[in-house]
Design a protein around this ligand. Sequence first.
Ligand code: NAP
Length: 205
Amino acid sequence: MTGKNRKLGIMGGTFDPVHYGHLVTAEAARLEFDLDQVLFLPSGVPPHKTDKQVTSAEHRYMMTLLATLSNPHFEVSRLEIDREGVSYTIDSLQILREQCGPDCELFFITGADAMFEIIEWRGSDRLLRIAHFIAASRPGFSLSELPPDTRRWVDEHRNRFHLLNVPAMAISSTDIRNRVRMGRSIRYLVPEQVEHYIRRHRLYQ
Ligand code: NAP
């Protein structure tokens, strides 16, 4: 993963399950920010979901792997899956920073909703020194939706924050889980291999 002047995208998410919205976002970020590679980083234990039921990390990892296999610019990391305890983003970015080397630029990509809470993330200031932050938003999302103190903080770090409009962000993992539970189709919302995996392992029943 090392290299001079490399740009590495890191796609952080629970991916329960991964869907076309995530894939379109990763590809859009790759093209918009001229990234050499996008590393999908499924959370092991998502910090803000410790009290919620989340599908096993291995299932989420396998679905992410299946979904990304056909894109030579995409890879999936087991970093957070294999690490014990809560998956704080700052811990992962520090490790990836070391692996990638000093000439490598990191871009952490996730949903814009994360911006509402990012101030409270562990080591949030440090996080922005290590990586750029790309917030994937539905069209129409504006920073003015953020509470004033968050907006001020984002403003102070404006050169490290980037908004990326992605129409496919209308697809959501929650909706997909509900559809499966109700016996409705998820065709064209997730890659076929993911759809088969969900069916074979009876996930989200
Ligand atoms: P979430 O709260 O489930 O998702 C918030 C919104 O963002 C949802 O609409 C979600 O859609 C979307 N989203 C999530 N990941 C995305 C991605 N990579 N690209 C585009 N949209 C995305 O968020 P999460 O997935 O659990 O967490 C996002 C990332 O933030 C993870 O890497 C997590 O570890 C990190 N995080 C870190 C801390 C911390 O370090 N303290 C705290 C919170 C989150 P879907 O539901 O359809 O995915």
